[in-house]
Ligand binder design. Structure first.
Ligand code: DGL
Length: 282
């Protein structure tokens, strides 16, 4: 059991095409403050949304290989587009627990809806994959209906720091109109970038619509998995605080734009390092 003890000190790995997965990282810091993370933002391949699933899967598999040599105890695919491209493909690549972000968000939305009218917004890749409809169909026991709407420009607005611009509001009004017309009462932010636009989305949808970010539920599920496997970091029991030095941030593109957004979003002074993956330029 000595080996299992060492495992508990290892990091939780998270990946996304850019800064979106930091919304999940932020929630991990909140709910599991004694855990260390390794974050990979595949900014050289951003955005994932419009790419074929097979290509997204090959990017993700390379990042998983990178994670494997870092010493990790769990992987969170903190990206809906990469989750929709096929979680089952990633399971074969690693031998630690793996969690995507689609199922946790749906469960939370089903708990919340009063009218049984739920909306989901995401990248074109996520929405057109039908992954939300499929998992929703499996989890929905009470006759709820899911209305989906792709919002591809939202990720560009977030990565370019334009969330407070008039263009963001205009684009949101156009994308969200069909969901307003459908009179949904719950809206799943089916892209980990979207919580960073939640104020404009809430403003357009109105106060009667509850926004569901999968980040909270994903962090909660992470805790459940680690607890069950005896993998929670034992520092939690000793009451010692973890500092940001133990978290590691990597990007496949230039580090500076990512670092600037990440510092702002996490409220922590982090440093990101650029890593060139073996097949990045093929
Ligand atoms: N954050 C992403 C998601 O959850 C990816 C956005 C993109 O790269 O298109 O889908």
């Amino acid at each position: 059991m000595e080996g299992a003890k060492i495992e508990r000190y290892k990091a939780i790995a998270l990946l996304d095409s850019g800064v979106g997965g930091l919304t999940v990282a932020r929630e991990i810091f909140r709910q599991l403050p004694h855990e260390n993370i390794i974050y990979f933002g595949d900014t050289a391949h951003f955005p994932y949304g419009p790419r074929p699933h097979s290509q997204v899967r090959s990017f993700v598999c390379e990042i998983l290989d990178f994670f494997r040599v870092q010493g990790i105890k769990m992987v969170i695919i903190a990206c809906n587009s990469a989750t929709a491209a096929g979680l089952e493909h990633y399971e074969k690549r690693i031998n630690v627990p793996l969690l995507g972000v689609i199922e946790p968000g749906i469960k939370e939305a089903l708990k919340h809806t009063q009218t049984n009218k739920i909306g989901v917004i995401g990248t074109a890749g996520t929405i057109l994959s039908g992954a939300y409809q499929e998992i929703f169909g499996r989890l929905n026991k009470g006759g709820a209906r899911l209305y989906s709407q792709p919002c591809p420009l939202f990720v560009l607005i977030v990565e370019n720091g334009l969330v407070d611009s008039p263009e963001a509001k205009r684009v949101a009004e156009e994308y969200l109109k069909p969901l307003k017309d459908a009179k949904i009462d719950t809206l799943i932010l089916g892209c980990t970038h979207y919580p960073l636009m939640s104020s404009v989305i809430q403003e357009v949808m109105g106060p009667g619509v509850k926004l569901i970010s999968s980040a909270k539920e994903t962090a909660r599920k992470t805790k459940v998995i680690l607890e069950k496997k005896g993998l929670l970091n034992p520092q939690a029991c000793q009451g010692s605080a973890v500092t940001t030095q133990q978290h590691r941030f990597f990007v496949s593109g230039p580090a500076k734009p990512f670092t600037d957004l990440a510092v702002n979003l996490l409220g922590k002074d982090i440093k990101a390092y650029q890593v060139i993956l073996p097949h990045q330029f093929l």
